[in-house]
Design a protein around this ligand. Structure first.
Ligand SMILES: Cc1cc2nc3c(=O)[nH]c(=O)nc-3n(C[C@H](O)[C@H](O)[C@H](O)COP(=O)(O)OP(=O)(O)OC[C@H]3O[C@@H](n4cnc5c(N)ncnc54)[C@H](O)[C@@H]3O)c2cc1C
Length: 524
């Protein structure tokens, strides 16, 4: 078997004859000796001519192709040992699926509602401006990943086998294209049905889902754990996977109140930048955009200095053809994020443009948070979100044109935006602290060097993008993955500070499930 790469103009389908000829050349043989050809990866390359690059594996006629990835089967766990899973985001549900394979009974406690009921609460956020603190764009079945962009790209290849996550998603309804594409994407219109199929599978095999079950207390008892919920129910198990995501501030508060170890963790904060998608297409395709091409993405990362200290400024969760959404988890906060449908066909391109915020920054520039101890960065994040809400006393996002922000002048008016909760003309350059706003001011003209036309007053900046990752870490033992002093408690996913994004959170959940299966195996 040999692997090779071949490119075809993006306007054309791959030509099998040319592929077989290239395979023969790569293998030093004639076309007649070539057996099966498999496509391994497809990526769009618009650096010069716009082409799709295909990574292929070619086998000789007498060679047996490698086995395809085989996803494990789920066991019937009606009578098996329960494992409590708090949170039904990617970390929670992928740990549950893995526990089914390992023969454990996942019992999922989720503060929010099922995806169907959740849609109505999300609609009410923009229609009525009210945020249900248990059911919103972050909380509810599928967690923050359900009404998201559904990008499945990750760099955390060392965390586990990404194929397990992708093949599970295909098993539950995602297009098999995600197995091939370099930047796979599902979309908010497809994700809810996938979440429902996962739930059906888990419950049919004996697992449990409990919606409207906000865990308000955790306590140790008889070598195991008791979780008490807002609806008065209690649940017990020897092991608990705590997968509550980066927005579960009450969970961090509970740890703090109980004196259980948690730590400050750096995160990133900034704005959402929204451009007309046609402009981003023009820039990224060098003026050669054609309707058959996907709406273009972009990403960048740059070190930017302020008062002698360099910090990363980077694009976050870029959504081509997407929409801006209000993703606060409590009333009185304004938080923006982006999502898109599978077709990615809105006329807008949005991305978080955020600055790394480290504990030293808060210690130096915002010393008033020192009294908050390990919650210092979380309180800073929360206060930034409140200040954005207070500006308009509503979910209308404070907004400013990009060049005006950099020139530190108010905008005369604002362009249209996809943000359906509305915008309020605001001096964002003054509302963000200087260690953030000054770095952003520097970065936008710099991006323009690589992406000519990006720095424009047709682009709108909206505040605030703050839920980039968790500002708190729940420390765990690197070997056992249990909390450093709480046996049987597995902090997992983004909320624990060990992952970022859908796939890496899912992988982290799988790792915790495997640890439980391994540990329990030696104990029994
Ligand atoms: C709008 C938006 C778009 C995004 N787009 C992408 C993208 O395109 N690609 C990508 O990789 N990532 C994206 N992300 C990030 C991604 O969704 C998260 O990284 C991922 O969902 C984290 O998974 P998790 O399981 O660790 O936590 P979460 O998904 O946050 O899930 C945590 C769950 O725990 C529940 N919970 C919290 N507290 C309690 C409690 N006390 N009791 C019971 N349940 C509780 C919550 O309701 C929630 O369902 C996006 C996020 C948002 C908000």
């Amino acid at each position: 078997m040999k692997e090779f790469e071949i490119a075809f103009p993006a306007s054309k389908s791959p030509d099998m004859e040319t592929i077989r000829e290239t395979a023969a050349k790569t293998m030093g043989t004639v076309v007649g000796n070539i057996g099966e050809i498999r496509f391994l990866r497809k990526s769009l390359d618009a650096r010069k001519d716009i082409v799709y690059r295909y990574r292929c594996a070619a086998y000789l006629k007498n060679e047996k192709p490698q086995d395809d990835y085989v996803l494990g089967e789920y066991r019937d766990v009606h009578e098996a040992e329960p494992v409590l899973i708090i949170g039904s985001g990617p970390a929670g549900i992928f740990s549950a699926l893995r526990l089914l394979m390992e023969g454990y009974r996942p019992v999922i406690l989720e503060r929010g509602k099922d995806v169907h009921s959740r849609k109505a609460d999300n609609a009410a956020i923009s229609r009525e401006g009210t945020v249900n603190p248990d059911s919103n764009y972050c909380f509810g079945e599928g967690g923050a990943g359900t009404f998201s962009d559904g990008k499945l790209f990750t760099r955390s290849t060392k965390k586990g086998d990404i194929r397990e996550v992708l093949h599970q998603l295909v098993r539950f309804g995602a297009s098999p294209d995600i197995l091939l594409e370099a930047h796979p994407h599902i979309g908010s219109d497809k994700l809810p049905a996938i979440m429902e199929n996962i739930r059906k599978c888990i419950t049919e095999h004996g697992g449990e889902y409990h919606f409207g079950c906000r865990v308000t207390d955790l306590s140790q008892s008889d070598g195991g754990w008791i979780a008490a919920c807002s609806d008065g129910k209690t649940f017990g198990a020897r092991n608990v996977i705590l997968a509550t995501g980066h927005s579960a501030r009450d969970i961090y508060g509970m740890f703090y109140d109980k004196g259980w170890e948690i730590e400050c963790k750096g995160f990133a904060l900034g704005v959402r930048a929204e451009h007309p998608q046609s402009l981003i297409n023009k820039i990224q395709y060098h003026g050669k955009y054609q309707p058959y091409l996907p709406n273009a993405e972009y990403s960048f990362v740059q070190q930017v200095e302020f008062e002698g200290r360099e910090r990363g400024v980077f694009s976050f969760c870029m959504c081509p053809g997407g929409l801006l959404i209000p993703s606060a988890t409590a009333p009185g906060e304004t938080v923006l994020n982006g999502m898109s449908n599978s077709e990615r066909n809105s006329k807008w391109a949005n991305a978080g443009i955020v600055v790394s915020v480290e504990p030293e920054d808060i210690a130096e520039y915002c010393p008033e948070y020192a009294k908050e101890g390990p919650l210092a960065l979380m309180r800073f994040q929360q206060d930034m979100e409140k200040s954005m809400f207070d500006y308009s006393s509503s979910l209308k996002a404070p907004a400013q044109r990009m060049m005006d922000f950099c020139r530190r002048k108010p905008s005369d008016n604002l362009p249209a935006s996809s943000y359906f909760a509305g915008t309020a003309n605001a001096p964002l350059h003054e509302m963000l602290p200087p260690f953030i706003s000054m770095r952003l001011k520097r970065v936008f003209p710099q991006i323009n060097y690589k992406m000519k036309g990006y720095y424009t007053n047709d682009a709108l900046l909206l505040g605030v993008e703050s839920r980039t990752s968790s500002p708190v870490r729940i420390p765990r033992d690197p070997e056992t993955l249990q909390h450093i002093s709480l046996k049987g408690l597995y902090p997992a996913g983004e909320g624990a500070g060990y992952s970022g994004g859908i796939v890496s959170s899912a992988l982290d959940g799988i790792r915790c499930a495997m640890k439980i299966a391994g540990t329990a195996g030696t104990l029994q």
